[in-house]
Write a protein that binds this ligand. Structure first.
Ligand code: FE
Ligand code: FE
Ligand code: ZN
Length: 275
């Protein structure tokens, strides 16, 4: 079965998210590790995590996707901003050990004028400081739309970060359909070609999760505004092809569309092909 799900609020804990996921026909979900703006994280509730792990096993929930706060910037020119990113990412990764074998996705960052190369080096340096050999989480770089000075809108930039990471088996990529389309990868006209390019530059073996979003903006607009499945410029057909693509199976697909639970349930049904 295709491992599809959506972003859920983590405010009521892991067991609650697991129940919500199952209630909408999902087999995975994504959650923010803390407030998306980057405030302090709640302590891990070990009872809740244990109950979730049992529930997930019984209900066939596969790999889940943790998402770092999107305000972190490990590519900043300001050492204080980089330090805050490093401390927060490191703290999240320690907490992720309670949920072994899952993935942790973050936005690589924005170079804010110091240049892509410098930004790439700063991001890789942060990763080399926080990854450790025994960790049970794979850390994912998200493909970005290329808004402002965002790094990671070109596959080459992500490859540049990855090649500088020492612990090669701890690093991967999360492909966001809205972001890559915004960045200028035409998944509508040539999905196979984009996946071939990803494979050539980064390697499909690095691809560990997919964000399935439509886009409010046309091709190459670098805006990063998600739309409901079928209501945007990417369209239902392409997004269904992504979810069913033979080269992408076995990975979690997470919707990050502007929806409540019932809207997500409908999109999951549509994308699975049950109508
Ligand atoms: Fe994201
Ligand atoms: Fe995303
Ligand atoms: Zn986005």
């Amino acid at each position: 079965m295709i491992q599809i799900g959506c972003h859920l609020s983590s405010s009521k804990g892991f067991l609650h998210m697991g129940r919500e996921a199952v209630s909408i026909g999902a087999a995975t979900f994504q959650f923010f590790t803390r407030n998306p703006r980057g405030s302090k994280a709640k302590p891990i509730d070990e009872k809740d995590v244990a109950a979730y792990l049992a529930f997930a096993r019984e209900n066939g929930i596969g790999t889940i996707v943790a998402h770092a706060p999107y305000t972190l910037n490990p590519a900043s020119a300001d050492p204080k901003v980089r330090e805050f990113a490093r401390i927060t990412l490191a703290d999240d990764l320690k907490r992720m050990e309670y949920l072994p074998g899952n993935v942790y996705n973050f936005h690589p960052g924005s170079h804010v004028g110091q240049g892509v190369e410098k930004g790439i080096e700063e991001i890789a340096e942060t990763l080399n400081e926080i990854l450790w050999p025994e960790q049970q989480t794979t850390v994912l770089l998200e493909t970005m739309a290329g808004k402002g000075t965002e790094i990671g809108s070109r596959f080459e930039e992500l490859a540049g970060i990855i090649e500088r990471v020492e612990l090669q088996n701890k690093i991967g990529v999360c492909l966001d359909t809205c972001h890559v389309y915004d960045a200028g990868y035409d998944i509508v006209q040539n999905l196979d070609g984009v996946l071939e390019e990803f494979d050539r530059i980064i390697g499909l073996k690095r691809l560990k999760a997919i964000h399935v979003n439509d886009s409010k903006n046309p091709f190459q607009s670098h805006k990063d505004r998600h739309e409901k499945i079928g209501d945007g410029f990417i369209g239902f057909e392409t997004l269904q092809s992504v979810v069913h693509h033979p080269k992408l199976q076995g990975r979690p697909f997470c919707l990050e569309t502007p929806n409540e639970l019932d809207g997500y349930a409908k999109e999951i049904r549509m994308l699975r092909g049950m109508r």
